[in-house]
Design a protein around this ligand. Structure first.
Ligand code: 7TS
Length: 416
């Protein structure tokens, strides 16, 4: 009889050895890095790929007739092909390299929005959007007379789909939604959201900043029109990110910035544009960043996003269970359909004080509004503490977090 081979065990110890930064003491204690939602750490493979590029192959791309320039161009365009494969794009031409999610959203608002939005048109966002997926649309609304509307969030941190259906109308031109919330950890039903947007005649932009680090994203399967993400949250470098868009949309959109690389020809009277995606990549690009991002993707694919997600999901469940046992602590966001981004408030201890106390014990968390001020207002808090888990975190680190929180709670109660 055939048996199904068991999935290989996830070896977190081996993963950790790829991240030299984790092996250090902070304030005399082993570093416990729980701030990957702000920026993840990079494995040695990524820093080595960047070093190799600078030490052996660096030159400007797309313009040199010499060997180094050819090598750099091949590596840069190869990185684009890796990204395209990784997210299920139908062509490399649909992958635009940008600085990060923020720039990707600004590109869509500044280019597509400028020629497709007018007075009375609506942009439908949600109350859990990061400021990066709110402010560019506010700027556009000011310029065009368009109006912003926001889908409600339930008390347990999920999008209220009935409110979404209520707000969608023939006035909606674009729906913008985060795939995974950077405060609530919730995974939103982006496929269903996209389908409903299309039924209403609107386009759909997905902010994938917190999704690509954890999930196998397939833009074709989601069916969306724009998908944005950042390299530095998925083990890649800072200063590199991706806007994926359907090719015909990119072809119809006007340039976002002008300069070198994005032109076909220039005269004193006017210019014509390069084909996509170069039309949107003015100036010398972040060549080493793109190479580092491709290496990060290779690294994540090597581990397997399915294996990674299984491990993280078990670890997040453990953390939720342990945090749930701490009296006076409230975790925001749902129990399931989530990643290990754990925002919480604890007694009346201010989130910044909590972060400082934990830092003294070598534990790095984030405190504040996490660029989610409207969501904080929605929940009636000005800040939360946030511990975010990633592929290198362990059960022992969750224990260390909970022990430090217990101690902070005791100190606080004694001070009353
Ligand atoms: N969208 C989401 C959902 C995010 O979490 C972030 C960054 C961004 C957009 C912006 O990404 P960037 O790479 O362009 O800066 N989020 C966070 C965070 O939660 N803590 O620090 C940065």
């Amino acid at each position: 009889m055939e048996t199904t081979p068991a999935a290989p065990a996830y070896d977190v110890g081996a993963v950790r050895r790829d991240f030299p930064i984790l092996d250090q003491l902070v304030h005399g204690r082993p570093l416990v890095y729980l701030d990957s939602a702000a920026s993840a750490q990079r494995p040695r493979q990524v820093t080595e790929a960047i070093r190799r590029h600078y030490e052996t192959s660096h030159a400007n791309v797309h313009r040199g007739a010499h060997e180094l320039s050819l090598r750099a161009t091949e590596a840069y365009e190869g990185a684009r092909a890796s990204v395209a494969r990784h997210i299920g794009a139908s062509s490399e031409a649909e992958v635009v390299f940008v600085r990060g999610t923020t720039e990707a959203v600004n590109l869509v608002a500044g280019s597509w929005g400028a020629v497709n939005m007018g007075p009375g048109d609506e942009i439908l966002l949600t109350k859990m959007e990061h400021h990066s997926n709110i402010v560019p649309w506010q700027l556009l609304a000011e310029r065009t007379g368009a109006r912003l509307r926001f889908v409600d969030v339930s008390p347990d941190g999920q999008l209220v789909m009935a409110d979404y259906a209520r707000l969608l109308s023939e006035r909606t031109r674009l729906v913008g939604v985060t795939h995974v919330s950077n405060t609530l950890g919730v995974i939103n039903p982006v496929r269903e959201i996209t389908e409903l947007a299309h039924d209403a005649g609107a386009l759909c932009l997905i902010d994938g900043a917190q999704a690509t680090p954890h999930l196998q994203v397939d833009v074709a399967r989601i069916g969306c029109d724009f998908y944005a993400f950042s390299g530095h949250k998925m083990c890649g470098p800072t200063g590199i990110g991706v806007l994926w868009a359907r090719r015909e949309l990119l072809e119809a959109m006007p340039p976002y910035q002008g300069g070198g690389e994005m032109i076909s020809s220039v005269t004193l009277e006017g210019s014509t544009w390069a084909a996509v995606p170069q039309k949107f990549e003015a100036g010398t690009p972040n060549i080493a960043g793109a190479i580092g991002l491709a290496e990060a993707i290779r690294y994540l694919d090597g581990i397997g996003l399915d294996a990674l997600q299984r491990y993280e999901s078990e670890l997040a469940g453990y953390a939720l269970e342990r945090l749930g046992r701490i009296e006076g602590l409230r975790v925001y966001g749902p129990r399931s359909d989530r990643v290990g981004v754990l925002s919480f408030t604890y007694l009346d201890i201010h989130a910044h004080d909590l972060a400082t106390i934990l830092d003294q014990r070598g534990i790095a968390i984030r405190a504040g509004h996490h660029c989610n001020q409207p969501l904080m207002d929605h929940f009636g808090v000005d800040a939360t503490a946030r511990a975010s888990l990633y592929l290198y975190n362990t059960h022992e680190e969750v224990d260390a977090l909970c022990e430090a929180l217990d101690l902070a709670g005791e100190l606080f109660c004694r001070s009353l």
